[in-house]
Design a protein around this ligand. Structure first.
Ligand code: N2P
Length: 363
């Protein structure tokens, strides 16, 4: 009798375990150079879930995987405009907010901003945010443009006369068509969000004009190259340029790096944590999102990667050096000049892709 009760109890236990339990695994696909050294280890220790962690440096690469499906990933981190298109394509699942108690830590204003792409924040939570500006080697730029030259304008890369003087020390652009072409359009006085083919063509023509002075198009290599003094000007993402700065300081190699949000304005973006519709471990994914939203965990990430986050509760734990830096947390004045990306319709998206190939290959 006793034995039967025990067996029944065991049977029901194992049924519960099968129903509620996922294998203790989580497959994360995040941007490179975008997490603190100990975040994953802390998550594994806290939950017993083993993490496979892969990285990318391009929304297009991530998007191809999301639209094909069966990526095997449980957590991905698309930028908000890309996320919007992927949500529309059915690539993500809604978040069960009852499993995300740390949502209370998020900054309501920033989440409202992110809701422009994901109404009601139903599918995603802000991971980090930043701007697309210019990283530069203070000494090399001064040596070529004069000690008095103030780096505060996109003319550093978009004015042919200026950029041609920098070509020998290495100018790099992001391999991010939907960021670079609008930046060129904005410099020309056009609306960076315009989807008018003539405006996009004009932005592309400017990029083609400066193409001879560009050493490469790449979205992560410039961190080390700036830090080592191998390149001197990179259109780059805020935190990545600050990481270059920190690496140079650590190497004590005499390289001084600056980051500027140019006076003409810059793109502000949000990178969002989301769970693919076919994620093999969606419960573990929710645990991960909730873990990241812990104030200390997010503060640790910001303190390591130099990106702003959307977690209000983490702010008191973020280094003053970071919160007070206008390159990371722009001033109100600079904020007024930032623009947010709008999701492209399919036709514009195809045009951008075609223009980008032309710019990069020079044909
Ligand atoms: C991290 C780059 C993330 C910014 N290396 C791109 N949205």
């Amino acid at each position: 009798m006793k034995k039967t009760v025990f067996m029944a109890a065991m049977a029901s236990l194992s049924v519960t375990a099968v129903q509620a339990g996922e294998e203790p695994l989580l497959n994360v696909y995040n941007w490179s150079d975008y997490i603190a050294e100990d975040t994953i280890q802390k998550f594994e220790e806290a939950t017993g879930i083993k993490v496979n962690y892969d990285v990318y440096d391009s929304n297009e690469v991530l998007e191809a995987k999301m639209l094909t499906g069966n990526s095997g990933y449980d957590i991905v981190v698309p930028t908000s405009d890309f996320l919007q298109r992927q949500i529309a394509a059915g690539a993500y699942q809604k978040l069960d907010k009852s499993k995300l108690p740390n949502l209370v830590n998020m900054d309501p204003e920033l989440m409202a901003g992110a809701a422009a792409y994901d109404p009601g924040n139903e599918y995603s939570v802000i991971y980090m945010w930043g701007t697309t500006g210019i990283g530069y080697n203070v000494g090399e730029v001064a040596a070529r443009l004069g000690e008095d030259y103030e780096v505060n304008s996109w003319s550093l890369v978009f004015d042919e006369d200026t950029v041609s003087k920098l070509a020998d020390c290495g100018v790099t652009l992001l391999d991010a068509p939907s960021e670079m072409i609008p930046a060129a359009m904005n410099y020309l006085g056009l609306d960076p969000n315009s989807t008018d083919a003539a405006d996009l063509e004009a932005g592309a023509a400017l990029l083609e004009k400066i193409r001879p002075y560009v050493r490469y198009f790449h979205s992560s290599q410039y961190i080390n190259d700036l830090a080592n003094g191998d390149v001197c000007v990179s259109v780059g993402w805020s935190g990545d340029v600050f990481q270059a700065m920190a690496r140079a300081e650590e190497a004590e190699n005499g390289v001084e790096i600056g980051y500027v949000i140019p006076d003409e304005g810059a793109l502000q973006w949000f990178d969002m944590m989301a769970i693919p519709v076919d994620a093999p471990h969606p419960e573990n994914a929710l645990k991960f999102i909730n873990f990241i939203m812990d104030a200390q965990i997010t503060a640790d990430i910001t303190n390591y990667v130099w990106y702003a986050n959307g977690n209000a509760a983490s702010m008191p734990l973020v280094d003053e050096e970071i919160t007070s830096d206008p390159g990371i947390f722009p001033t109100e004045e600079a904020k007024a000049r930032l623009w947010a990306a709008k999701v492209y319709d399919a036709r514009t998206d195809r045009l951008i892709t075609r223009l980008w190939t032309r710019i990069k290959t020079g044909q």
